[in-house]
Design a protein. Structure first.
Length: 482
């Protein structure tokens, strides 16, 4: 009894101690709780929208009109090793001709494989017409359109125009929700722009930016360029998607991005084909099955400050005619080399690319009035456009080569007996800076004909600060100010 009582006493003491510690902990927690009062929040009014300045209503209207476009095609593949795809080091194990079908151990490997593509498109007509990029469906054997509600439809490629990278698709899906078509001619630098598409296949995505520039050309992306530039993010998979304004009106078809280095993603410089251009291409494809373009028949080039000075033009404007195609509308109307086209039907021309694009969008047979600058005076010439023929080019070959290091240019007599062929250009010379290249044929210096190297040297000795050269490059002539 004594022993049990003595042994039990410490147990009761330990329990009492634990109880005291527990009560002390609760007291500390209660004290800390007193130092942390409940949080209070200021909630937004239930009557207010989530954002005061939101594009959500615009996006909600546009999203159903933007689709995902998938395509597939068969492409040829390259194999390492022989024609049967067997690496040389392993050929000894398969006999002399393992793929001949006569008892060989291994059949020949297939030479084609399926390649898939992903892009976007825009429903522009309720009856199923869709605009996208040519490169999204180029050479595709099957094209599938995935609508906003996830329904999939096989699409028919009505037609394509590689020169503007526009393609027209058609799906039979009843009445669809088409986008509202805007007027890309009214787009101004600084306007809001929203890019809608399916980048990297992650799903329908909207990005916002502004119109960074209009009339972007000479980028080497397409044959005919008049891009709207935007900093709204455009990434792989956005091709063929919509560029809309802040009212949800379609102003362009997203086409390309400018990337640097190893990155293939957006770097803030994206380009879209203006909807007015895309719509004109689409109308021709639907009506005629192809795109027919008008042409002037001139080789136009940019007017630089040096060129303007050489032609005694006080303003840097218009497009300079470097060459006139024989039997073309331009020649029949009386246009000449050295004329500067200032406007077409009263609308100013801001460069050679703009002139080419504007004329290409007109129908063959259209009558236009061209204002030109010639020998210090302005005049207007009427002209009837014709259908653009297949373009050809030819090369001049040098003969009787004779070097002359005159101002960093080496020249030779041409076989044609007219002009001198440039056989070398010093990279540090003014001629190189002006764009003169080896193989160019110089036909005039300061508006005077050059028949041989003697004429060229004489003309250059008598020249002033700026020399105006008429150069033939692969069959087309242009002016260079050296």
């Amino acid at each position: 009894m004594n022993t049990q009582w003595i042994l039990g006493r410490p147990k009761r003491a330990a329990a009492a101690m634990l109880l005291a510690l527990g009560l002390g902990g609760l007291a500390v927690a209660a004290a800390e709780h007193a130092l942390n009062p409940p949080a209070t929040f200021k909630f937004a009014s239930a009557d207010e929208p989530a954002s005061r300045n939101s594009f959500a209503p615009v996006v909600k209207k546009v999203l159903p009109s933007v689709v995902t476009v998938t395509s597939s095609r068969m492409v040829k593949t390259d194999f390492q090793g022989g024609e049967d795809g067997i690496p040389p080091m392993l050929r000894q194990f398969f006999g002399d001709d393992p793929g001949n079908g006569n008892g060989g151990m291994m059949p020949r490997m297939p030479r084609q494989q399926k390649e898939s593509g992903l892009g976007s498109g825009v429903i522009v007509s309720p009856n199923g017409y869709i605009l996208t990029n040519n490169h999204v469906v180029d050479h595709a054997s099957t094209v599938t359109v995935i609508l906003h509600d996830k329904h999939e439809y096989k699409a028919r490629v009505v037609g394509t125009d590689p020169k503007t990278d526009i393609a027209v698709l058609k799906v039979d899906a009843g009445t669809l929700e088409a986008v509202t078509i805007g007027d890309s001619d009214k787009v101004q630098v600084g306007d809001y722009a929203l890019a809608v598409g399916n980048p990297f296949g992650v799903g329908k995505t909207v990005t916002m930016g502004i119109v960074s520039a209009t009339g972007r050309a000479n980028l080497g992306i397409e044959d005919y360029e008049d891009f709207i530039q935007t900093d709204a993010s455009i990434n792989p998979g956005n091709s063929g998607g919509a560029l809309v304004n802040d009212r949800g009106e379609l102003i362009g078809i997203n086409t390309a991005i400018l990337s640097h280095g190893m990155s293939e993603g957006n770097q803030g410089i994206g380009f879209a084909v203006p909807v007015n251009v895309a719509r004109g291409v689409m109308n021709q494809i639907i009506s005629n099955g192809k795109v027919t373009r008008a042409y002037l028949g001139v080789m136009a080039q940019e007017v630089t400050p040096s060129i303007a000075k050489a032609f005694h033009e006080s303003e840097v404007r218009g497009a300079l005619i470097g060459d006139v195609t024989p039997n073309s509308p331009a020649q029949k109307a009386g246009l000449q080399k050295g004329d500067i086209i200032l406007d077409v039907n009263g609308k100013p021309v801001n460069g050679s690319a703009e002139l080419r694009m504007r004329v290409s969008l007109m129908a063959p047979g259209t009558q236009v009035n061209l204002k030109i600058f010639r020998e210090g005076a302005e005049k207007t010439l009427p002209l009837t456009l014709a259908e653009l023929p297949t373009e050809t080019a030819k090369n001049e070959q040098p003969d009787n080569v004779r070097e002359d290091a005159l101002q960093g240019i080496t020249v030779a007599n041409s076989r044609s007996g007219s002009g001198v062929v440039v056989t070398g250009v010093d990279p540090q010379s003014k001629a190189a800076e002006s764009g003169l290249k080896r193989g160019d044929v110089i036909q005039e210096v300061n508006r005077k004909p050059v028949r041989n190297t003697s004429d060229f040297e004489s003309a250059m000795r008598n020249s002033k600060d700026t020399n105006l050269l008429l150069v033939n490059r692969q069959g087309s002539t242009m002016y260079l100010a050296v």
